[in-house]
Design a protein around this ligand. Structure first.
Ligand code: G6P
Length: 611
């Protein structure tokens, strides 16, 4: 949440920053702002709205020079207006700062400032931090670095920040605790950003700031120190692995549509080099050394948020079925605060596309504290979760930019199958159980492509229902999480209220909602076929409109449905991958028809780095 960019070099900082903020807009788009330092003077421009609104406002304002910071906001403290937009500055006008995170003790700092005659001008927690820096700088007569360090040492909460000081026109300070931040090391230029997307155009060399670290950046040199002790930390320069094209729309109207259509490819990437279908083996290097410890564990927990939680739920079904051990799924936000039975005999698996979700990260830290073995399933290489788990598997879906997650979900489910197979084999389960899954995995990318190729069948359904206010999604077994995911996709991007339910649970409440206006999406597969057909009858008897997504087309289903979409049949552990895709497309088309901003849905952000 919130994207931040900093630049120091020979280019015009404003150009690098605006371009970078556009790439980070998936992290929030309530307001945007920039601050540059030219002729020893700070210039700040900010506005409510998107980065394009900021560019428009900047047209008549000079932002020259090679030093600057920028921000795109997802509002936490204070409504999204011009005043609350970042960058914020202190009352002396010496300091300006952009921030991602939450300063939890902002109220006590605000009182301290007030007692010293400093009033804040905005409703944000961030302004308090920059005012506090200004206060320390003047009162304690500290230098720039010590000011930032001392201020941060008194902060409770989470931050990724970049700061400028008018008295130091050749210096940029960046610091991190709880919110991601990395440095790009170019030739005679440096970048700071919330992720690597604003940097890749200029350099592939990056450094991940770790928790509690601060970077001092000057022309031709940088240094990383730890905030608490001020010791210099030596950092490894790493390489960005993806290409620029992967973070561009590539001819599609929206990132979401591009990402939906990439799924045959992304699933191939998730599988690449990992499955030997002749020898019926799976190889996952990232957990190889930990397999026995995982198998020896008494409990498996899986924790995640949002769409990743839905993949986790499917993952729990897969692992429980293949390993015959109990597997519990927890929302990370609950798990981190609940008294759990996690201990040294537990394995805690976390699933996160971004690898930065604050609750998931906190859940994994708690699990480690309790002695559990932690395993991450992530997309973003080098992300916080990737670095803080004992072992893990990357899903290799490539950058996902659309706020509504699509390709990450199907890749996560694919990876759960691979983990299940690997563990089951090592556990010595009957190969006859594994063989059909491995056989079907081979054809998975091709079958995904065939579902995508019939994508145009979804548009008429969207046209029929674009004006309704409610939707219900029903599924059983492996298709229940798919129902949840279909409903989530719809509400996220088209703002239609939607609920996913286990089909039989409908009778315990949602059935009261069914009337002639209620569309009900039913996901029907071979497993549990008769049961869900009965549930469909119950909906029909009450006048509900039936949309069926199925691997089993027959006269009965055709008769019962207002719309029917067929997907190929595949092993039931993999089936969710195929049934989810039409639901992603349904949500997409509904949102486009309704004129919603598909890639930047209101109030949402892709990377939720606050709890
Ligand atoms: C946000 C995004 C979702 C995502 C969830 C978890 O809510 O909008 O698309 O599923 O965060 O994110 P993660 O990066 O941990 O998978």
């Amino acid at each position: 949440m919130c994207g931040i960019v900093g630049y120091l070099g020979n280019k015009q900082a404003k150009d690098v920053i605006i371009k970078g903020l556009k790439r980070l807009e998936y992290r929030g788009y309530d307001s945007a702002g920039i601050s540059t330092l030219q002729n020893n003077k700070l210039e700040i421009t900010k506005t409510q709205g998107k980065v394009s609104d900021l560019s428009a406002v900047m047209e008549n304002i000079s932002h020259l020079g090679g030093l600057g910071i920028g921000h795109t906001r997802w509002a936490t403290h204070g409504i999204p207006n011009d005043n609350n937009a970042h960058p914020h500055c202190d009352n002396s006008g010496k300091f300006t700062l952009v921030h991602n995170g939450i300063i939890e003790n902002y109220n006590s700092l605000k009182l301290l400032l007030k007692d010293n005659g400093i009033d804040c001008k905005t409703d944000t927690d961030t302004e308090v931090l920059v005012q506090f820096m200004g206060y320390l700088y003047h009162k304690e007569k500290l230098d720039f670095v010590e000011t930032v360090r001392l201020a941060l040492n008194q902060v409770v909460g989470a931050y990724g920040i970049v700061v400028l000081c008018e008295d130091h026109p050749e210096m940029l300070i960046a610091a991190r605790l709880g919110s991601p931040l990395l440095l790009g090391i170019g030739e005679d230029e440096y970048f700071v950003a919330s992720d690597s997307s604003p940097i890749i155009e200029y350099t592939r060399n990056i450094i991940f700031l770790d928790e509690g670290e601060l970077a001092i950046i000057k022309p031709g040199e940088y240094q990383v120190r730890n905030i608490s002790g001020n010791e210099v930390v030596s950092k490894k320069v790493e390489e960005i692995k993806y290409n620029l094209e992967e973070i561009e729309k590539g001819g599609y109207d929206h990132f979401m549509l591009k990402e939906i259509n990439e799924q045959a490819h992304t699933i191939s990437e998730a599988l690449r080099g990992r499955v030997n279908s002749e020898e019926l083996t799976v190889n996952l290097g990232g957990i190889y050394d930990w397999v026995q410890q995982i198998l020896d564990a008494n409990h498996i927990y899986i924790t995640a948020c949002g769409t990743s939680w839905h993949a986790a739920l499917i993952g729990s079904y897969i692992l429980e079925e293949m390993l015959n051990v109990p597997v519990k799924v927890e929302y990370a936000s609950e798990f981190r605060y609940r008294e759990t039975a996690v201990n040294g005999d537990s394995v805690v698996i976390c699933v996160s596309q971004s690898g930065e979700t604050a609750d998931t990260l906190a859940a994994i830290r708690k699990a480690r504290e309790k002695g559990a073995l932690t395993l991450g399933i992530m997309n973003v290489v080098g992300s916080s979760i990737a670095r803080e788990t004992h072992c893990g598997v990357y899903i290799h879906a490539g950058p996902e930019i659309g706020v509504a997650s699509t390709k990450a979900f199907t890749a996560q489910v694919t990876i759960f199958n691979l983990i299940g197979i690997l563990l089951a084999q090592k556990k010595g389960v009957n190969p006859e159980m594994i063989q059909p899954i491995i056989n079907d995995i081979d054809s998975l990318p091709e079958l995904v492509q065939s579902v995508l190729d019939q994508g145009n069948e979804i548009l008429p359904i969207a046209e029929d229902f674009m004006d309704v206010e409610n939707f219900l999604y029903l599924g059983r077994g492996y298709q229940f999480p798919v129902a949840l995911e279909g409903a989530l996709k719809l509400k996220e991007i088209s703002y239609i209220h939607a609920e996913g339910y286990p089909a039989a649970e409908m009778k315990h409440g949602p059935i009261a909602l069914i009337d002639d206006n209620m569309p009900v999406v039913c996901i029907v597969t071979e497993k549990g076929y008769d049961k869900i057909v009965s549930n469909i009858q119950e909906v029909r008897a009450r006048g509900g409109k039936i949309i069926i997504i199925t691997s089993e087309v027959n006269a009965e289903l055709k008769e019962y449905s207002d719309h029917i979409i067929q997907v190929p049949r595949i092993h039931h552990c993999l089936q969710a991958i195929l049934t989810t895709i039409p639901l992603q497309l349904l949500a997409y088309h509904m949102a486009v028809l309704k004129g919603c901003d598909v890639d930047m849905p209101r109030n949402l952000a892709k990377s939720v780095t606050v709890e």
